[in-house]
Design a protein around this ligand. Structure first.
Ligand code: GTP
Ligand code: MG
Length: 337
């Protein structure tokens, strides 16, 4: 397992050394490392604000250096070029890998599963299945490619203390995988508050750089921010931090070509007479950064998922359920196949 990523890494490791970038001497390299930026991949996935500390707050120098890192990744074929033909873009899109969610219905809704290089958001009320989807994905990403997995590990950031290894073992067992090795391939981080959550996300490069992980779960993305910023007066600051978080996640997804899955709660909208009575928390900042948004709701024993705001997938609905396999299709879908 994971050997493919590691072999690739060996080939371009020298080019990913910070000191290999023009203008980065030993002192700058040392300062970058002290900031937690250890490789060119790390650097390319950071925002200007974080890197500018190394240059005494000079954001111009910081963005210049980040661009050098991004250009290096473009040369190595790890990031797409700024300008390219639509056909080249299609070729890149064809390389996007997908992870099954465990239900054919849900996979179809997603255009074949969760995408690498993108952020997918599941939002809905309590008990709608967000955490169960995250658990299932942490297992299915480990499935062999012919079974719609990526033979890679998962990183699970748990902000609500709802991650259950026992549940992972059950799902793995039911899907014919060895529970012990599946558990070994999931790295769990419990985030105690929003600042801790941000710190964990900054450290993700250490794991993603190995190439052995293809899924990052953040369950949930917004809950800590919601709890910590109660007064309306602090809303602007909250949205600014959420904005940074979301862009950081998007850069990680693109730079390391991993799937990022976040969950989000709903809040009762004040104007619930108009349209849907519930909408996701986090406002426009979250809505505009995620690539795919899926709204979940309960329908008796079943769950209904709806694709919302997808760049190219149709807005449609589908049915799934939660059982010992994690996420599964309803009986009638199984029978039809
Ligand atoms: P919040 O985090 O509270 O907002 O909810 P959520 O959307 O994350 O809900 P979650 O994914 O935890 O789904 C909870 C539902 O999944 C429960 O109501 C159960 O119906 C089902 N469920 C949870 N654990 C299990 C399990 O071990 N086995 C089975 N069969 N169902 C489970
Ligand atoms: Mg949950």
């Amino acid at each position: 397992m994971h050997t493919e990523g590691k072999e690739n890494r060996g080939e371009y490791l020298k080019e990913l050394d910070l000191a290999s970038l023009p203008g980065v001497g030993p002192a700058t390299k040392q300062k970058l490392i002290e900031t937690g930026i250890k490789t060119v991949l790390d650097l390319a996935s950071r925002g200007t604000g974080e890197v500018s500390d190394v240059f005494g707050g000079d954001t111009g120098k910081a963005s210049e250096l980040i661009n050098k890192a991004r250009n290096r990744l473009i040369e190595l074929g790890l990031l797409p070029k700024d300008f390219m033909t639509a056909r080249q873009l299609l070729e890149i899109r064809n390389k996007i890998a997908r992870i099954t969610v465990g239900s054919k219905n849900l996979d179809r809704l997603l255009g074949g599963g969760i995408e690498t290089g993108a952020i997918t958001e599941f939002y809905g009320e309590f008990g709608s299945g967000k955490t169960q989807i995250c658990h299932t994905l942490a297992v299915t990403v480990q499935l062999p490619k012919e079974k719609e997995g990526l033979e890679a590990g998962a990183i699970y950031i748990d902000t609500e203390n709802t991650f259950r290894p026992e549940r992972i073992a059950e799902i793995a067992d039911d899907r014919g995988l060895d529970p012990t090795s599946v558990l070994d391939n999931i790295v769990v981080a419990r985030a105690y508050n929003s600042a801790h959550q941000e710190l964990i996300i900054r450290e993700l490069g250490d794991y993603l750089g190995t190439g052995g992980y293809k899924l990052v779960v953040l369950d949930s993305a917004v809950a800590h921010y919601r709890a910590e910023y109660l007064g309306r007066g602090t809303l602007a600051e909250r949205q600014q931090r959420l904005n940074m978080l979301m862009h950081q996640l998007l850069r990680l997804a693109e730079t390391y070509n991993v799937a990022v899955v976040i969950t989000n709660q709903v809040m009762a909208a004040p104007d619930f007479y108009f349209g849907d009575p519930t909408r996701a928390t986090g406002g426009h900042v979250v809505a505009h950064t995620v690539t795919y948004r899926i709204y979940l709701r309960k329908a008796g024993k079943n769950r209904i998922a709806r694709m919302v705001d997808s760049p190219y997938l149709p807005e449609m609905e589908t049915v799934f359920l939660i059982n010992e396999k994690g996420i599964d299709d309803p009986e009638e879908t199984h029978r039809r196949r």
